[in-house]
Design a protein around this ligand. Structure first.
Ligand code: TXA
Ligand code: MG
Length: 307
């Protein structure tokens, strides 16, 4: 049984106790809900991989309270310092050389010489970081390959019964996972597009390193998903955008930030409708629209697997 507790000092204290005992707890961040565990504990990190069914080659993001703590785990060059100063706390993850004395569990980085690290802006994750006093490894709180959760009820649909507890602090504000960039050798390489749009980043298609988790088939709804759909067939639940109303809409006004915050909720909803397929209207490929389209392309490739 998975307990769901509303965000409060007491629920954070209970979550910290579970994490100290090696159990992972779902907690909201400003992007999506994460499944948090002590990044310095082998047992804690192993429990995260087990609950998600995540392959061990796919490393985790480490969340810390502030830049000072981050500097004890990774090597920051001038580019990294600049990006951290501009965007932390917030939805930007930096992939940096891991320090020899970082003290992280080996499985967190999946054997890579780098660590993915971010300072989250959400009160629940920040309180949990303070209560545990540890860096917290937290992948999105969904079964591996599924849609990221933006509400506690999404966490339950995906991981209910597999984790002891989730903290409910309502829908997340951002709705799309953090931007991931690798920094080093005077270059900033984009590994995953997200809420923070980095203009001078080298796109990941030509970069040598990629986020191991960026498999083409990902974020998959259970039903088959068709993208760029101006109209829908009778057997499709249509998700609209802007002037295309659909059965439900990402944003009636054509706001990309509203669309980002509602995207995963719309996909979760579509999965529960009686129509067997999903179609989704075109979304402009600008700003955070690039991150939305990145997730939709992956969702379309992987969709229908569990229909
Ligand atoms: O917004 C987010 O980033 C959310 C919240 C909970 O913080 N977390 C999240 O984690 O999306 P996850 O595990 O679902 O995605 C993390 C991605 C994966 O694609 C993983 O392969 C990549 O980060 N990653 C982690 N460490 C890496 C590293 N050292 N080098 C390259 N990619 C890395
Ligand atoms: Mg994920």
């Amino acid at each position: 049984m998975t307990r769901v507790l509303a965000y409060s000092d007491e629920s954070i204290a209970e979550a910290a106790r579970l994490i100290a005992a090696g159990q992972p707890v779902a907690v909201p961040t400003e992007t999506v809900y994460g499944l948090a565990g002590d990044a310095t504990s082998d047992a804690s990190v192993a429990a995260i991989y087990a609950a998600k069914g995540r392959p061990s080659f796919n490393p985790l993001i480490v969340h810390v309270r502030d830049l000072a703590h981050a500097r004890t785990l990774a090597v920051f060059d001038a580019d990294a310092e600049k990006l951290a100063a501009a965007h932390w706390p917030g939805p930007l993850t930096l992939v940096l050389p891991v320090r020899g004395d970082a003290g992280l569990a080996k499985a967190v980085t999946a054997g890579l010489p780098t660590v993915a690290i971010r300072v989250p802006a959400h009160r629940a994750m920040q309180s949990l970081l303070a209560a545990t006093g540890k860096p917290l490894a937290a992948p999105s709180a969904n079964a591996s390959g599924g849609i990221s959760p933006t509400r506690a009820e999404h966490v339950l649909r995906s991981l209910g019964g597999r984790i002891p507890m989730a903290i409910d602090d309502g829908a997340t504000s951002g709705g799309i996972e953090s931007t991931i960039v690798a920094v080093g050798d005077g270059q900033v390489r984009l590994l995953r597009p997200g809420p923070v749009v980095i203009d001078d980043a080298v796109a990941n298609s030509k970069a040598k390193i990629e986020a191991p988790g960026q498999l083409a088939a990902h974020y998959a709804p259970a039903k088959r998903l068709r993208i760029d759909a101006q109209t829908a067939n009778v057997d499709e639940w249509h998700i609209g955008f802007g002037s295309i109303p659909g059965d439900a809409t990402l944003s009636a006004t054509g706001s990309l930030s509203e669309a980002a915050s509602r995207l995963f909720d719309m996909l979760h909803q579509a999965d529960t409708q009686h129509r067997p397929r999903i179609a989704i209207a075109p979304v402009p490929d600008t700003g955070i629209g690039m991150a939305i389209n990145d997730r939709l392309r992956r969702a379309a490739v992987g969709s229908g697997g569990r229909a």
